[in-house]
Design a protein around this ligand. Structure first.
Ligand code: NAD
Length: 261
């Protein structure tokens, strides 16, 4: 636990399930005040709120589409009106779909880019505007992926969005470093959440996936949430512009495992 996080106010987008929900719950354990954003799953968001409050934090669930300015404004307003300020903004919401690139509809491309990349831009801009106006040394965390670095055939739009998140994070981290506003990404590997539930249900797919992870297991949302808590805390006070990979070694060319090659 990080003592400096007590009573800090955070917005977490896509907080109703998966990694976002785990981050909300971890922030609850840190006794933080959390705006739990959801898009359609209000029930999941209310579960996160209950869990945060059970652990001594405070929380409110707020509906918003991260790809709209209006939605982002609503989240900021909720933080200020409910908890009086904003210290941390986590751009976690994301989506993926799969298609060979020659069959990928413009609509699919735009949908993924709008949530995964435009959503990160809008959330970051909203938080930065508030931090600048109120001279807050705020903290922004963007949910990227190992696919900001590893190409992923049939997920070109997803990989492009996460590659965009990487350079966006590095650029804004540099831009606002003189004001002590820290901006980092987290790059999860394969984490078991609703986004990939189908893959894990098929034993063959699961085996293939595990063979690509040197630690030979998929990750848990709580393991990503632990990285978010560290990045949000003062324990990472000299860290900005990085991607903290939480991937069991997935990026380490696992096909060379055992001295092959
Ligand atoms: P998930 O599907 O369980 O959760 C995604 C969340 O984003 C949901 O709460 C969903 O409602 C929300 N969301 C989607 N579109 C939205 C919109 N327009 N407005 C507001 N919220 C919206 O997936 P997850 O695995 O928890 O993914 C969370 C993040 O982690 C995503 O950015 C994803 O790309 C990233 N990630 C996940 C994995 C993994 O293996 N699970 C790996 C790498 C990166």
């Amino acid at each position: 636990m990080y003592k400096d996080l007590t009573n800090k106010v955070a917005v977490v987008t896509g907080g109703s399930k998966g990694i976002g929900k785990a981050i909300c719950e971890r922030f609850g354990k840190e006794k933080m005040c959390v705006v739990v954003n959801y898009h359609s799953d209000e029930e999941g968001a209310q579960e996160a709120v209950a869990e945060i409050e059970k652990n001594g934090g405070k929380a409110v669930a707020v509906e918003a589409d991260v790809s709209t300015e209006e939605g982002m404004d609503r989240l900021l307003k909720a933080a200020i009106e409910t908890f009086g300020s904003l210290d941390i903004w986590v751009n976690n919401a994301g989506m993926e779909t799969q298609k060979p690139t020659h069959e990928l509809e413009l609509e699919d491309w735009e949908k993924v880019l709008k949530v995964n990349l435009t959503g990160v831009f809008l959330g970051t801009k909203t938080a930065l505007s508030y931090f600048k106006t109120h001279q807050i040394k705020g903290n922004i965390i963007n949910m990227s992926s190992v696919h900001e670095q590893i190409p992923w055939p049939t997920f070109a739009h997803y990989a492009a969005s996460k590659g965009g998140v990487k350079l966006f994070t590095e650029t804004v981290a540099m831009e606002y470093a003189p004001e002590n506003i820290r901006i980092n990404s987290i790059g999860p590997g394969a984490i078991k959440t609703p986004i990939n539930a189908e893959k894990f249900e098929d034993p063959k797919e699961k085996e293939i996936l595990e063979s690509m992870i040197p630690m030979e297991r998929v990750g848990k949302p709580e393991e990503v949430a632990a990285a978010a808590a560290w990045l949000a805390s003062n324990e990472s006070s000299y860290v900005t512009g990085i991607t903290l990979f939480v991937d069991g070694g997935m990026k380490l060319y696992p096909s060379f495992q055992g001295g092959k090659g």
